[in-house]
Design a binder for this molecule. Sequence first.
Ligand code: HEM
Length: 485
Amino acid sequence: MAQRTLTTESGAPVADNQNSASAGAGGPLLLQDQHLLEKLARFNRERIPERVVHARGSGAYGHFEVTDDVTEFTRAAFLDTIGKRTEVFLRFSTVADSLGGADAVRDPRGFALKFYTEQGNYDLVGNNTPVFFIKDPLKFPDFIHSQKRDPFTGRQEPDNVWDFWAHAPEATHQVTWLMGDRGIPASYRHMNGYGSHTYQWTNEAGEAFFVKYHFKTNQGVRSLSSEQAAEQVGKDANSHQTDLLQAIERGVHPSWTLYVQVMPAAEAADYRFNPFDLTKVWPHADYPLQRVGRLVLDRNPDNVFAEVEQSAFSPNNFVPGIGPSPDKMLQGRLFAYADAHRYRLGVNHTQLPVNAPRATTAENHGRDGLMATNPQGRYAKNYEPNSHQGPVQSDQPLSAPYALVGHTGNHAPVAHTKDDDFHQAGELYRLMSEDEQQRLVANIAGGLSQVTRDDVVEKNLAHFRAADPEYGRRVEEAVRELRES
Ligand code: HEM
C-alpha cells in the first residue's frame, strides 16, 4: 500500500513533523508554523469534563436477542418477536473515583445499556446492585460529595463516607450489599446487571405492569476479597478494562440472560413494600423471574474517547411500551442525565455516532447549536405544524397514565405495611453464609474503625443492630478490636 502523506487538519501536506520552524537553526520559533500551532492547540483541548460520577468505565457493542414471548406485558417493538436481534452498546463503570482511578475497588458498578431499536434508542442505565443507598434525588449530590474526594484533603475520607450513612438509615441495605462478597466484582464480565428501579411496561391493550430488570451473567458471578483487590490494583489498575478488551479480542464474548419481575399495576398500591422505593427488592417468591432474552457483547470500540467517553445514556430515553414509574430517584434521574450530557458533550451529543439512533432516524424540528452535523436536508422545515409533509406527532403516549391523588408538597415516601429501613438489610445478612458474614463484618469494621467521631460510629452501629442484633454486635466488636489495636 502506498505510504500516505501526513496532513494538517485542513488537509495540507506537513513537511516536517520532527523539527519546528525557527528563525535560524538556533533561534526562536516562527508564528507561521501552522502545524506546530495546530498540534499544540489541539493537544490543550483533548479533555472534556469527566462524568461527575461513573467517570471511569469501559464499553463494548453487541446485540440483544429475544428468547421468550413478553408481548403480554409490553408492546416495545424490539421485544415483539422471539429471535429478534437489536444492536446494543454497553458501558460499565465504577462510581466514586475519577477517570484515572483503579478498577478493582469496593464500589457499585454501572451497567448502562443502549438498545438501538427501530423505534428509537432505549437506554437502561442500571448498576450491578438491585438497590441503592437513598430514595430521594435531593440527597444525591450530598451522598456523592461524601463518597468522593474531600475538598480539603483531596482524598476519600472514611469520616465523610460513614457520616453520610450515619444520617441515612435507608442506606443500610445497600451498605450491607456493598460490604459483602459482591462488593468487588472480579471483572465486568463476572457480575450481574440490574435496572434497579421499577419501570413501567404497557402492552398493546394499554394494560400497565411494573417491572424490574435482572441481567444474570452467564460467566458466573466472581468477586475479589479486599486483599485480592488491593493486590490486583497494584498489578494492573485497569484490570476490568484489560479483561473486557482482551476477552472480546480473543473471541470470548460475554453474555447475560435478561429476566424481569412483573407486577400487574393494580397490585402496586397494596404490596407490602413500596414498589417504587429504590432501597428495596421484590422477593422472588412474590414476583418470580421471567426470562426475556440474551445480551451478548462481541465488538470492542475502535476509539475509547469517541465511543466510550462520549457515550451518553439517559434514563429518560424510552420507546413505545416502556416508561418510568413514580420512583422519586428515577424521576430525578430523568432530568439529570441529559442535562449532564449538554454540559459535558453539548446540545448535539445525540448526533455523535455512538449516541445517534441506528435502526431509525431522528426527525424533529430541533436545529443548530454547537457542532450541529445533522441539518436534516434542504426541504426539512424547522417548525411545526407546516405544510410540507414534515414529521408529525404520533398521538400515542409511550406508556400508560398513572392515576394520582393528593396535594403538592415535600412528602416523605409512602410507607407500605412492611416498609422500614432495616428489614431487608437483616434478611440479606441472614442469607449470607457464616464465612461471608465474617468478611462482611471485617470489611465494614475496616472502614468504620477509621472514623474519628464516636457519635458517627455509634449511629452506624445502631443501623446494623436494627437490621439484626447479632450483625450489630459483631460489627461493634470488630470495630472495637481494630480501634484498640
Ligand atoms: C437521583 C439519583 C441520581 C442522579 C442525580 C444521578 C446522576 C448521574 C449523572 C449526572 C451521571 C453522569 C452522566 C454523564 O455525564 O454522562 C450519572 C452516571 C451514571 N449513573 Fe447516575 N445518578 C443517580 C442515581 C443512579 C442510580 C440509582 C443508578 C443505577 C441504578 C445510576 C447509574 C448510573 C450509571 C450506570 C452512570 C454511568 C452512565 C455511563 O456509563 O455513561 N445512577 N449519574
